[in-house]
Ligand binder design. Structure first.
Ligand code: ADP
Ligand code: MG
Length: 343
């Protein structure tokens, strides 16, 4: 047996494909990452165009700040980000992104085009990249903002591609991601098109109740109660929750956001159900869109690459605050009197 060293540092391209395995599960994961980038860039109007449920085409156009020539080339590098600089920034996050991995990962498993222009560069840039390799770079006149186009997702990862579902199923996942981000940011206009057909048009609903109504049905609003409670300057809960008689058989209409980020957290979910204790039958769940705002130093979002989970520094305090706030709002006296004054 030879005693030559057998450990090797993996090539960059392979590292990106491995990272893509964690972040890019299906077209909707690409939609999520690109939408988060558009929001972090300060976009107020975002258009999402899909083909084949996102399997053949994902194109996201934003009117955010755009990138200059150097940044446009750097953004495809792994761990390249404009959002954090040092350790401490991880505990004071004000952006949705910070890992600097999404574009590198997506580019390594697709054919991608980036068109972007900022307000200071005279010219914009158009970059084509395939399987992580830059194929073409040109400068051209473009409006300020960014267009990212992702074609043939997983063209070079056939094993992954096989797991993708029917167009309609993938479209459903992508629409779900758009809905969650659109709820998180009612101030931003979103449009979703599939094969040139308009699927979601959220250009005019600029407040949470209207957004929720546009996504889940107008009649629903009658049965929603407002929540707005602050424990102190560091902890606040706001949004809308359903009266107990409006309920669902699954948790899919429980939308929870922490510091503007859609999160599915066990502690938060448990606290919500605690708030509805004795008000719902077993196996029934409320309709909820709740926003928890807290000091970024008290919550760690760097738990999983998809950032769907968090860890609270003071889990018990957050749990009890949510549960008691909901119990208060759901006290029959508070909503019955409201409903009477509504009619
Ligand atoms: P992260 O979002 O974690 O920083 P990404 O790989 O998603 O990492 O993006 C890398 C960088 O590219 C971002 O930090 C940002 O500077 C830039 N970028 C990406 N998308 C956009 C966009 N739509 N508009 C402006 N800048 C963008
Ligand atoms: Mg990002």
């Amino acid at each position: 047996m030879s005693n030559k060293p057998s450990i090797q540092i993996l090539p960059e391209e392979l590292c990106n494909k491995i990272a893509a395995g964690e972040v890019v599960e299906r077209p909707s994961s690409v939609v999520k990452e690109l939408l988060e980038n558009a929001l972090d860039a300060g976009a107020t109007e975002i258009v999402i165009e899909l083909g084949g449920g996102g399997k053949t085409l994902i194109r996201i156009t934003d009117n955010g700040c755009g990138m200059n020539h150097q940044d446009a080339l750097l953004c495809f590098e792994r761990h390249a980000t404009s959002k954090i600089r040092k350790d401490d920034d991880l505990f004071a996050l004000s952006t949705l992104g910070f890992r600097g991995e999404a574009l590198a990962s997506i580019a390594s498993v697709s054919r991608m085009r980036l068109k972007t222009c900022n307000s200071l560069d005279g010219l914009g840039q158009h970059i084509q990249i395939e399987g992580g390799r830059i194929k073409k770079v040109e400068r051209l006149g473009l409006p300020v903002g960014t267009i990212v186009e992702v074609k043939n997702l997983f063209f070079n990862l056939p094993a992954r591609k096989k797991f993708l579902r029917k167009d309609q199923t993938e479209l459903g996942h992508a629409a779900d991601v758009v809905s969650k981000l659109a709820l998180a940011r009612p101030d931003v206009s979103f449009r979703l098109l599939h094969q040139d057909r308009l699927m979601l048009d959220l250009r005019h609903e600029k407040a949470l109740p209207e957004r929720l109504a546009a996504l889940l049905g107008r009649s629903l609003l009658r049965d929603m109660l407002p929540v707005d409670q602050a424990m102190d300057e560091t902890l606040r809960l706001s949004g809308l929750i359903s009266r107990p008689d409006l309920n669902r058989s699954a948790t899919s209409h429980i939308y929870t956001f922490i510091n503007g980020r859609y999160i599915r957290d066990r502690v938060v979910q448990h606290a919500i159900m605690e708030g509805y204790r004795h008000l719902l039958m077993k196996g029934r769940y409320p309709v909820v869109a709740l926003f928890l705002t807290l000091d970024p130093a008290l919550v760690d979002v760097n738990v999983h690459p998809t950032k769907h989970e968090v860890r609270f520094r003071e889990q018990g305090v957050v749990h009890d605050f949510i549960a008691t706030t909901l119990q208060q709002v759901l006290k029959p006296s508070s909503w019955i009197s409201q409903s009477q004054s509504n009619h």
